[in-house]
Design a protein around this ligand. Structure first.
Ligand code: ZN
Ligand code: ZN
Length: 592
């Protein structure tokens, strides 16, 4: 079945259910950003493969709402699907709710699988739809699943136990911390649906989802016990031994009967727990709706995790240096394409100590492809990288001791003054964030503009956040904080690790992004009794292409930051390099 036939088949089921529209959200029952194959329903119905974007199908139309990272990709992939692209985040796009109201008559219903919408979003959506005369209808059985022949089955892969050597904290201690928070709020239980939160608390990792080392499961922590709802085939002898006496295992599906039998007061994170969970609780059950304390605990890395990041970033930096050196030498002399380059980078990373896998699909974009923010080259789009213009590579690895995410933009030959200017303006924004000192209590939302100022000065901007949190051998995107205009205003805390990745994109011509991981540290010099100050420390170790830097556009301070950074990169990486590699890196990190 092609996309238009699938949509037609869905409409027949919508008719049966008595709804005039059906929402297919981007996510799954665990609010995941990247999904296991068996739950990629939005992709199945629309053909759009991006990691964010909801689809709404009505009786005669269809719409996809996605953000700036995916505009160009969505336009390509929706061709011939009959589904219209609505661009989120640029002024005045028609919102999904408004479009639904426009397409549906008063009193008509919009259906959704309650597993695929968070408690908060469900409340919000029901309210805005109601104001527009449309009713939200929960349909328990997923209509896409009913149509999807040969849908892949969920993975049976065994759970990986993460040693305390890497996690820095035992499961016993983590459960105690969560239970303490529950006690503060007088809760008897905490239901957890986020797979990365579950992985963090129970020190488990898995292979159920590409790039995100997660295990499909639900968890409930009570005052004196913990339950892990997980496919029995995934439980190993080692896991049983490690969690013996701490955790009780139950089949994944049993979460429903557990919820139905629950009595007392339960803590629900309304942004990550799905509506279906709430619908399965009995009326008498009291709920405490607040962000899960695990999110905040997880985002403040402990000393072992921080050291793990520092260590794996040396390994990752060595792989990047070897790759960049190879690329610089190979491009003028042999055929290198976007895909063959990405493969080569993976080959270098695989040799690294404690490497587990990639943390996301490598974005390897030459010239115009670099302007597609989440460009993932396929054999159909693959082009040769030529010794001129700009090439962008955004990639990362999962290591037992950390997760990496780095972008470098480089030229392999001739470049234009405009490209150099824009690269330098992006770099200025990157440096402004890296050098920033700010009072404790400020959120990334309030810092984001510093990264954009040098672009705003010439009437330019970029359609994505400046930074996201990152997990420890977990998801490459992790909340609750971020450095983005869309941030919910979570104050940054010492121990947070984020990316610093401003960019600039000229559609059809080139894309620029410079991304390092940074950690929040206390600014001892500026902090005093009245006011604590924080600053960032850059963790990623990899040269920034000086061939694209226009030094006259940098301030004295910015130039000093760049020189200092390059000195650190050389100092930390050179002990792990051959003489020839060292010589190459020496030149790449020269003073300007
Ligand atoms: Zn990245
Ligand atoms: Zn990133």
């Amino acid at each position: 079945m092609e996309v238009p036939e699938r949509v037609e088949a869905l409409r027949r089921l919508m008719e049966r259910e008595g709804v005039k529209a059906y929402l297919v959200p981007s996510t799954d029952a665990h609010h995941s950003e990247y999904l296991p194959e068996c739950w990629k329903r939005r992709e199945w119905i629309s053909g759009f493969t991006g990691s964010a974007g909801d689809v709404l199908i009505t009786m005669d139309k269809g719409g996809l709402w996605t953000d700036g990272r995916y505009f160009l990709q969505a336009e390509e992939q929706l061709k011939g699907s009959g589904i219209t692209l609505f661009k989120m985040g640029i002024p005045d796009p028609l919102k999904l709710e408004d479009w639904a109201a426009k397409e549906l008559k008063d009193g008509e219903k919009l259906g959704i699988d309650p597993r695929l919408i968070s408690v908060d979003s469900a409340t919000q959506l029901a309210k805005t739809l109601k104001q527009r005369g449309v009713l939200l209808e929960y349909i328990e059985e997923n209509l896409i699943d009913e149509l999807w022949e040969n849908r892949p089955s969920p993975s049976k892969a065994p759970v990986i136990v993460l040693s305390d050597i890497y996690s820095g904290q035992s499961v016993r201690e983590k459960l105690r911390r969560v239970q303490e928070k529950m006690q503060e709020k007088l809760c008897d239980a905490h239901v957890i649906a986020s797979l990365d939160a579950i992985a963090w608390v129970f020190n488990i990792r898995g292979t159920d989802i590409d790039f995100n080392p997660l295990v499909i499961s639900y968890a409930v922590i009570t005052k004196d016990a913990a339950y892990l709802f997980i496919d029995g085939d995934k439980i190993t002898k080692e896991l049983k031994e490690v969690l013996d006496g701490l955790v009780e295992f139950r089949p994944y599906e049993d979460i429903r009967s557990y919820l139905k039998g629950f009595e007392g007061k339960v803590w629900i994170d309304p942004k990550t727990v799905n509506k279906w969970i709430a619908l399965n609780l009995r009326k008498e059950v009291r709920t405490h709706m607040e962000r899960s304390p695990i999110q905040d605990m997880k985002s403040v890395k402990n000393p072992t995790e921080l050291q793990g990041f520092r260590d794996c970033l040396v390994v990752d930096g060595v792989a990047m240096v070897r790759y960049l050196k190879w690329l610089n030498e190979a491009v003028p002399r042999e055929r290198v394409t976007e895909i063959s380059a990405a493969d080569k980078l993976e080959e270098y990373r695989r040799k690294g100590e404690k490497f587990v896998g990639l943390s996301f699909t490598t974005i390897s974009g030459y010239a115009g492809h670099g302007a597609i923010i989440h460009y993932d080259p396929t054999p159909e789009t693959d082009v040769e990288i030529e010794p001129r213009g700009i090439y962008l590579v955004d990639s990362g690895g999962q290591y037992l001791n950390g997760t990496t995410d780095i972008t470098r933009t480089l030229t392999l030959g001739k470049t234009t003054d405009e490209q150099k200017e824009m690269f330098t303006r992006v770099l200025k924004g990157h440096i402004q964030i890296a050098m920033l000192r700010f009072p404790a209590g400020f959120s990334g939302k309030q810092l984001d503009a510093f990264a954009r100022k040098a672009l705003w000065d010439v009437g330019k901007n970029y359609n994505h956040g400046t930074g996201h949190g990152i997990g420890h051998y977990l998801n490459v995107h992790e909340g609750p904080m971020g450095i983005t205009p869309r941030d919910i205003g979570v104050p940054l805390k010492a121990g947070n690790i984020l990316s610093n990745e401003p960019g600039y994109y000229k559609a059809g011509e080139y894309g620029i992004r410079t991304e390092n991981l940074i950690t929040v540290v206390r600014d001892d010099e500026y902090s005093n009794d009245e006011q604590e100050f924080l600053r960032f420390e850059t963790l990623t170790l990899c040269p920034i292409d000086l061939n694209l830097v226009e030094p006259s556009l940098l301030t004295q301070e910015e130039r000093k930051w760049l020189n200092d950074y390059h000195r650190t990169v050389f100092k930390r990486l050179s002990p792990h390099l051959s003489d020839e590699e060292k010589e190459w890196l020496k030149n790449e990190t020269r003073n300007i």
